[in-house]
Design a protein around this ligand. Structure first.
Ligand SMILES: Nc1ncnc2c1ncn2[C@@H]1O[C@H](COP(=O)(O)OP(=O)(O)OP(=O)(O)O)[C@@H](O)[C@H]1O
Ligand SMILES: O=P(O)(O)OC[C@H]1O[C@H](OP(=O)(O)OP(=O)(O)O)[C@H](O)[C@@H]1O
Ligand SMILES: [Mg+2]
Length: 305
């Protein structure tokens, strides 16, 4: 422990969610970016073995503030946490990470008479997103209540709970909640449905305005960018008659441009191109239709684009 503390001064501090929905995904990114570390049992700081970085494992909710205040140089958390912590103007967004995707929604019991957000004006809301819920309902209050009513305490009441928000209506604590929805399973299981979306969020890599080692921040950003691109794309290779190349490369234009290599048989060429994983089946169908042969799909382990 003492060793670790003495070793922090020359290291870039990188905040990683210590639990919850972003934890495993963040570790997978570090692994893909070859950021190797050993974490002692129960210790929330880990030294990276092959780079001058120390990982600091923190609750996702705190990472935004630590990065904004400069206690930590770089971090991963949800965009929602950055907004909720009110630090958006004090950090620099580097990369959207493609996980932790969900929506912050206003939800009410399916059986309730409340059908639209306007019906919640003046009522009780329970949430873990006090700031965002307050902003949202303050605007609604302004629209639907006059100044006197707002002064006389007829405003919508926002109450904070740190988790299990979905239970609040059934427990009689709230008329509606503001909570995250991904699959909708939690919401449905609690007998709730969404009547409005406040915002959509995903995990991002972001930094402090004056990181201690900017070139190392750039290096990590490029590595992580490569890992994300590798997850998103596959490499497609196929053979096609020269006469059809221009048609084929319209189907697979590549990120920059496709690579075209001659084959021993002069009339045919091999084309290699990165394509989005989600589109690959449809692209293969189209290539087959125009006469492409030997269509192969390769997984990309890592890349720089
Ligand atoms: N169901 C979900 N699907 C996708 N992303 C989510 C989900 N729930 C939360 N997130 C994202 O993860 C971030 C951290 O939330 P999470 O609830 O995982 O953290 P936590 O409260 O620290 O952990 P826990 O709830 O396990 O105690 C949120 O700010 C949001 O961006
Ligand atoms: O739409 P779903 O896929 O069901 O996901 C949404 C749920 O995930 C989060 O809860 P979490 O698992 O973090 O539990 P918590 O309430 O203890 O924070 C969030 O607060 C919702 O309850
Ligand atoms: Mg949670």
């Amino acid at each position: 422990m003492a060793d670790i503390m003495n070793n922090l001064s020359d290291r870039l501090l990188f905040g990683i969610p210590k639990k919850g929905r972003l934890h495993e995904h963040s570790l997978a990114l570090l692994n893909g970016a070859d950021i190797n570390f050993y974490r002692h049992n129960r210790l929330d700081i880990a030294l990276v073995q092959n780079l001058p970085i120390a990982l600091v494992f923190l609750p996702a909710a705190d990472i935004a503030k630590y990065v904004a205040d400069g206690n930590v140089d770089l971090g991963i958390t949800g965009q929602d946490m950055i907004l909720e912590s009110q630090v958006d103007d004090r950090v620099v967004h580097l990369l959207e990470l493609g996980f932790g995707k969900c929506k912050l929604q206003v939800q009410v019991p399916i059986k309730s008479t409340i059908q639209k957000v306007e019906d919640l004006v003046g009522k009780r809301i329970v949430t873990s997103y006090e700031v965002l819920a307050n902003d949202y309902f303050e605007k609604l209050d302004k629209k639907h209540l006059n100044e006197n009513q707002r002064k006389e305490g007829e405003k919508t009441k926002i109450e904070f709970v740190s988790g299990s928000v979905e239970a609040a209506c059934a427990l009689g604590l709230a008329d509606g909640i503001v909570d995250l929805v991904e699959s909708g399973e939690t919401m449905r299981a609690a007998g709730l449905h969404a009547i409005a979306t406040i915002n959509s969020t995903q995990a991002i890599l972001f930094r402090n305005k004056n990181p201690s080692n900017p070139s190392l921040v750039s290096k990590i950003t490029s590595r992580i960018k490569g890992v994300i691109a590798a997850q998103k794309y596959v490499l497609l290779s196929y053979n096609i008659h020269r006469n059809t190349v221009s048609e084929a490369t319209k189907i697979t234009p590549g990120r920059q441009a496709p690579t075209i290599s001659p084959l021993e048989n002069n009339d045919w060429v091999e084309v290699q191109s990165m394509v989005c994983k989600d589109d690959v089946a449809e692209i293969m169908d189209k290539l087959e239709e125009i006469g492409a042969k030997d269509i192969l799909v390769f997984k990309i382990d890592n890349c720089r684009v």
